[in-house]
Structures are given as structure tokens and as C-alpha cells.
Design a binder for this molecule. Sequence first.
Ligand code: PBG
Length: 323
Amino acid sequence: MAFPIDRLRRLRGSAALRALVRETTLDAGDFVLPLFIRPGKGVRKEISSMPGHFQYSVDTAVKAAGEAVAAGVPSVILFGIPEKKDAKASGAYAKDGIVQVSARAIKDKHPQLVVMADLCFCEYMDHGHCGVIRGETIVNDATLELTAKTAVSQAEAGFDVIAPSGMMDGQVAAIRKALDGAGFQMTPILAYAAKYSSAFYGPFREAAESPPSFGDRSTYQMDPANFDEAMREIALDVAEGADMLMVKPAMPYLDVLRECKRRFGLPTAAYQVSGEFAMLKAAAKNGWLDEKRAALESLTSIKRAGADFILTYYALEAARWLA
Ligand code: PBG
């Protein structure tokens, strides 16, 4: 069949009709809000490249988590800026580490929130890389020992989900084994399965004070040009025991996201990263884009491509727009 029998405009004639045939919907329940936490008290330090986002101290982070609850956002993911960075990332697995203390405080006040732990070492290493270094090499298997320790420390602190983002080979298996060995068989892993070496992480590195002091992350994060390799990364994480998968960044990698969901069928997340957020904010500030429409369109596109939920700096604003 074809025109003039088929006229696709018939179903676009009114808002109500469009609502009935809409294939993808968004609501506050789709979002995870990232929070950055540093030492101190009463801290609320604006991140210049991410308007509306702040480095918090534990007390103000609990308040920010409360705003998520109030807006209907079910989850937060925590990133820590420790007092001291060193060559062993001690702050990442310290009992009183910055995210451990924060998770306890947030769960205490808001037990209904799903509190996720980003498991990576770049914020905790004095050189800013996501693993142990020898010379200028980021050493995979030595890093996994720290990964295992950190996962247990995070689970002990009350984190509901462990999300490894370091792109070390074997990290999901190392975490599953360590968690099970410590009695945390029920703590799920959200694998940053296909994480690309992306320019779009720029603002995050200001927010988390984690830029690498030499080189870049291209010996462990993925080459943006590769799709087949992403499928291998994802398949390995599934085999190692990932409960949920993530593709990151989101909008430049919708093809990867689509195929990840189609091929593996696991609960799948996408991370709309700092640079994606900053681009929208900057254009909106200049009056070049209608921010609400552009942000909701980008989030819709990410869901349409296959995301079940989205880590996004728009979590609060979008939840309020959609209320
Ligand atoms: C840690 C990590 C990064 C992001 C999330 N976890 C930074 C990086 O890999 O350099 C980026 C998130 C964002 O840009 O919003 N490795």
C-alpha cells in the first residue's frame, strides 16, 4: 500500500492522537542523577562548565539527594573527590572514604533511593589515570586487586549498585567474585560495558578534578571508531556477570546503544555525559536552542535507541519539566 491510501499525517492531527500512538515516553523514573562530593561542610561549589551542578560536601549532598527524591528521580550515582590522592588510590576503598561516608549518610536519610557507586580510580590516583601505573603504562591485573577491594568497601558502605567505569579487562568478574566472597551476592553490577575515550568527558574532569597528568585514556577506553569491538566488550561483561549494561557517552553512540539492547536484552543504561549536557546548556544560554525541547528530545532519542534508564545531569530539570 502507498499514497493516497496511506497518509501518515492522519495520526498526527491532534495532541491527543499523537499521545495515543507515541512509541517512547520519558518520566522522572528513567533518570539517575550524578553527584560530586568533596570533603568539608556546607560546601556547594558551582562547576563552571556544568551550570546547576555543584561539588557538595556530605551534608549538602544529602540535601541534593533529597531534591532527587522530591522530583521523583529514583537514583543517584556518586563521584568522590578525596582529601588526598596517592599512587594506590587509598581513598577509593577507605572505610571512611568520601563516597563511603556519603552513601551511608544518603541511605540513612533516603533509604528508598537507589544509590550507585561509580567504581574508578582516576579521582583517587595522584596521576589521574584509572588504574595502577608502572612507568607510563596503566597495568591491568594489578588494578583489579584494587577494584575488588573497592567494590567490597562500597557494598559495605550501603551502595545498592556497583558500576565499574575503569575499562580494565576482567573488572566485572573481579567484582562479582569479591562481592560474592564477602556476602554481597545480591548486590548488582552495572557495567560501563562500552565506554569510549571521548572528548565529551571534558567538563566532568573539572567536576571530579580527575584529568590524567600524562597521556590520555586511549589505552583502556574504547576507540570512538569501533562498533564490533563494543559488542565484544559487552559480551565479555555479560559473561563475567554484569546485571545491567551501559553505553557511554549516549548521543554520539546511539548505534551502539541500539545494538547493545537488541543483541543482549539486559537492562541497559546510557550515560548522557558532561559534554553533552554542557553543549545543550551553552547553546541555550546563547539563545540558540530552546533548552527544554532540545534536552527532552535528546533524552527521548536515547530512550528510543534502547536505554531503559539514563544517567543525566538533566535528571532534576527534566523530571520537573515532565511532572
Ligand atoms: C571515571 C568516569 C568518567 C566519567 C564517568 N566516570 C571520566 C573519564 O572517564 O574520564 C565521565 C562522565 C561525564 O563526562 O559526565 N573514569
